[in-house]
Design a protein around this ligand. Structure first.
Ligand SMILES: [Zn+2]
Length: 273
């Protein structure tokens, strides 16, 4: 990455609600890793919303919580994306994102999470994702299995969990698979990103939205046009709007994950403004 674009990220941090104490002193490699982390999280988040979108647009029945379904579908799509060599890394970073978000919001380690605590949802999401990853490819994700302390029995049962999830989704999506004619188009749009322009440029450079749009169009016949939109939302979020057939990814989320990585994972200090 060019040093000039790194300076832009440092600048974006200066305008963040919680500014890093000495953004200019953060080593370049840490900034680069934080950008990578934020973009990997953006990829997973987008696929999660694509899960909601497919359920909505294709009228797929969902048994259980739709959030869990969207996570499972996102994970399966990334695990089976042979075009993108980086998709495995995106999964590892996204699960770590959930994990550290949970640690951040409770201020405690994983052993202290309660099943009834709303924050434990993040940690459950991380474990559910990791189980599918390890279930699909135990060798590639052996370090992740170790980090999450999954023993061999658990790894074995995750193989079954993955097979079951994969078979179920394949069955449900089969009627909508591209056979000859493609379906409706997905259009990608970028709105003005203001102070967070460095993140918008990075999304464009890595073609996060474009690549996901291409993958979905190559696999499924959409009944009507869909838009993938990157925008400033006033909050750190991403969502699918069924009435507009639109997925919105908020630039604030990229900035948030960038900061989470620097502060909560790498341990750089910060101060309240
Ligand atoms: Zn969701």
């Amino acid at each position: 990455m060019r040093a000039s674009s790194l300076a832009l990220f440092a600048l974006a941090l200066a305008t963040a609600p919680v500014s890093l104490a000495h953004a200019q002193d953060i080593p370049e490699e840490d900034l680069t890793a934080a950008v990578e982390f934020a973009m990997h999280d953006a990829t997973f988040t987008l696929y999660h919303e694509i899960g909601h979108m497919l359920v909505g647009e294709l009228g797929i029945p969902v048994l259980g919580k739709e959030e869990d379904a969207a996570d499972a579908l996102a994970t399966i799509m990334l695990l089976t994306d042979d075009e993108d060599m980086d998709s495995y890394n995106a999964l590892v970073d996204a699960s770590d994102g959930w994990y550290f978000n949970a640690v951040k919001s409770t201020g405690s380690g994983v052993e202290d999470f309660s099943y009834y605590d709303e924050h434990s949802l993040d940690i459950q999401r991380a474990y559910a994702m990791v189980c599918l990853m390890v279930g699909k490819d135990p060798e590639a994700f052996s370090q992740t299995a170790e980090a999450y302390e999954l023993d061999q029995d658990r790894v074995d049962s995750c193989a079954y969990t993955y097979d079951q999830a994969y078979t179920s989704w394949t069955y449900l999506l089969e009627p909508h698979a591209v056979a000859n004619e493609p379906g409706a188009e997905i259009t990608v749009t970028y709105e003005d990103a203001g102070d967070l322009d460095a993140f918008a440029e990075m999304l464009k450079e890595r073609e996060v939205l474009e690549r996901a749009a291409k993958l979905v169009m190559s696999r499924y016949v959409l009944p009507g046009p869909v838009t993938f939109r990157a925008a400033l939302c006033g909050e750190s979020n991403a969502y699918y709007s069924p009435s507009d057939s639109e997925i919105t990814y908020c630039y604030e989320l990229a900035a948030d994950m960038f900061q989470l990585y620097l502060v909560d994972i790498l341990g750089h200090s910060f101060e309240e403004e």
